[in-house]
Design a protein around this ligand. Sequence first.
Ligand SMILES: Nc1ncnc2c1ncn2[C@@H]1O[C@H](COP(=O)(O)OP(=O)(O)OP(=O)(O)O)[C@@H](O)[C@H]1O
Length: 226
Amino acid sequence: MITLQDVAKFYNEGRPNEVRALEGVNLALARGGVTVLKGPSGSGKTTLLSVIACMARPSAGRVAVAGEVVSSLPERYLTELRRTMFGFVFQRFNLIRGLSVLDNVLLPSVPLGGERGAVAARAMARLGALGLAEKAQMPVEYLSGGETQRAAIARALINEAPILIADEPTANLDGHLTGRFLEIVAGLKAEGKTVIMTSHDPRIWGAAGVDRVVVLEDGRVVEGGA
Ligand SMILES: Nc1ncnc2c1ncn2[C@@H]1O[C@H](COP(=O)(O)OP(=O)(O)OP(=O)(O)O)[C@@H](O)[C@H]1O
């Protein structure tokens, strides 16, 4: 469902401070799989995740999502594609303080419109499945770390995007909550979602539900490539 052909990403291209963050990356990620991007700090994991999720344009090469070549699409199409195809869970979760859990979950659905009652019902169903139904009206700043993460996952899923993107999703979680996160990922996989995440966490690399570990070094895929 996602293919990368000879993808490169350079920052500050042609300047003395040029960084070759990705080079010669070939990958084909199947629909419904759980993939982890692993590698030393600075190896290009976040950059690769951004290119896959159409948040960063490759400097060279071709990226296709669900059969559509996205690497050359104009920005206005990419914005739409990001909203409909991808849900994002960031390391710091990026929830908006002062807003309730439910309002945070609903935020990404606003630009897509849709009947508000139906969207709210979907949000509540997802919060319920993640054990957060009773916290729906609570301001997010009162949530615990694990609850915050689950709220971020509910928000990432509100538009029913088929692909969940997560950057170091367990970096701020203890062992128990990491286990809980892996159960949630297994549930998403059973729903047919594709999950792509970066992780430094050995508990994630070896987890039962993880189908593939792609190892990066100096911007190149050295293991688990196409
Ligand atoms: N916006 C940017 N401008 C210039 N260089 C950048 C930018 N973003 C990333 N880089 C550089 O690109 C390289 C790859 O960075 P990236 O964040 O993708 O690595 P990473 O493997 O995710 O690292 P970490 O595990 O530390 O998060 C690094 O050398 C980094 O300094």
